[in-house]
Design a protein around this ligand. Structure first.
Ligand code: DGL
Length: 282
């Protein structure tokens, strides 16, 4: 397939997540930036990220970014809040290309909706306090409650969205937020919009849902305009790569993509340790 090396506007945008969560960001990219070509990577061999240590997450992100840079991407969108919460700053120091995360655009969107803000996220994202910090930086009068939801990602990846057990678990995770009478709920993990039919049933109708995917893609569009890298040609088909089973990813993602993608298995280089100075966080 022809990929113009000399024409940087035609290079792909790299998008990654641990699994199918990032498809919620991909969906937004298709909607808002239909001319862009995408390289989607899912680190399915190592999911879930949200119960791993900061050290592991930074290392994984470093490996993924190193590979994406070799693939000549022009920008990276971290379609994974956990990676944003724990690795974004380190990645920006290390890699010389635009790298966008979900948390700041999500925080900005949340304060447009309300002041009593609940955030559901992976345990690692919730423990990092990244959403609380970002929201309070934008709007100091907001109140923020964060809940870590360790079971959600495995349930989505096991295709159990409509399993009654998932609804039970969701009730438990949302109960403390409803007790605080939140007016806004942020999907602090990209897997969670896949659960929206379940969550919407539990939440009172006045609670507004914020999907940071929508807002990180608007930020990406602005950034591409600013740096003159928006693609005006027709896009290449999305390249899907995984570290685990391509068949499993293709089968699971069919329901969200509307077609069965062709998926490559790739081996990330784990040979060299991350040169990123790791803080003793755990
Ligand atoms: N979807 C990712 C996030 O937004 C990661 C979930 C996981 O692997 O735990 O945090």
């Amino acid at each position: 397939m022809f990929e113009a090396k000399e024409e940087p506007t035609r290079h792909r945008i790299g998008v990654f997540d641990s699994g199918v969560g990032g498809l919620t960001v991909l969906r937004e990219l298709y909607r808002q930036l239909p001319n862009e070509s995408i390289l989607y990577f899912a680190d399915t061999a190592r999911l879930p990220y949200g119960t791993r240590s900061s050290r592991e997450i930074v290392q994984f992100c470093f490996e993924i970014l190193s590979w994406m840079v070799q693939q000549d991407v022009k920008m990276v969108v971290l379609a994974c809040n956990t990676s944003d919460a724990l690795a974004l700053d380190a990645l920006r120091r290390e890699f010389n290309l635009p790298i966008l995360g979900l948390i700041l655009p999500g925080a900005r969107a949340a304060v447009q909706q309300g002041r009593r803000i609940g955030v559901i996220a992976t345990p690692a994202t919730a423990a990092s306090n990244a959403y609380r910090r970002a929201i309070l930086e934008v709007e100091a009068t907001a109140q923020v409650w964060q809940v870590g939801c360790p079971e959600f990602v495995p349930l989505v990846e096991q295709n159990r969205v409509y399993d009654p057990y998932t609804a039970e678990v969701a009730q438990q995770y949302l109960a403390p937020l409803l007790q605080q009478r939140i007016d806004t709920l942020v999907y602090g993990c990209t897997h969670y919009p896949h659960l929206s039919p379940i969550l919407r049933e539990i939440l009172p109708p006045h609670v507004k849902l914020v999907d940071p995917a929508e807002h990180v893609v608007s930020a990406a569009a602005q950034e591409l305009d600013l740096i003159g890298l928006k693609n005006t040609w027709s896009p290449l088909p999305t390249r899907f790569c995984v570290s685990g089973s391509p068949q499993q990813f293709a089968k699971l993602s069919l329901q969200w993509l509307g077609c069965t993608p062709s998926v490559e298995k790739i081996q990330l280089s784990t040979a060299s340790p991350s040169p990123i100075p790791l803080e003793p966080v755990d």
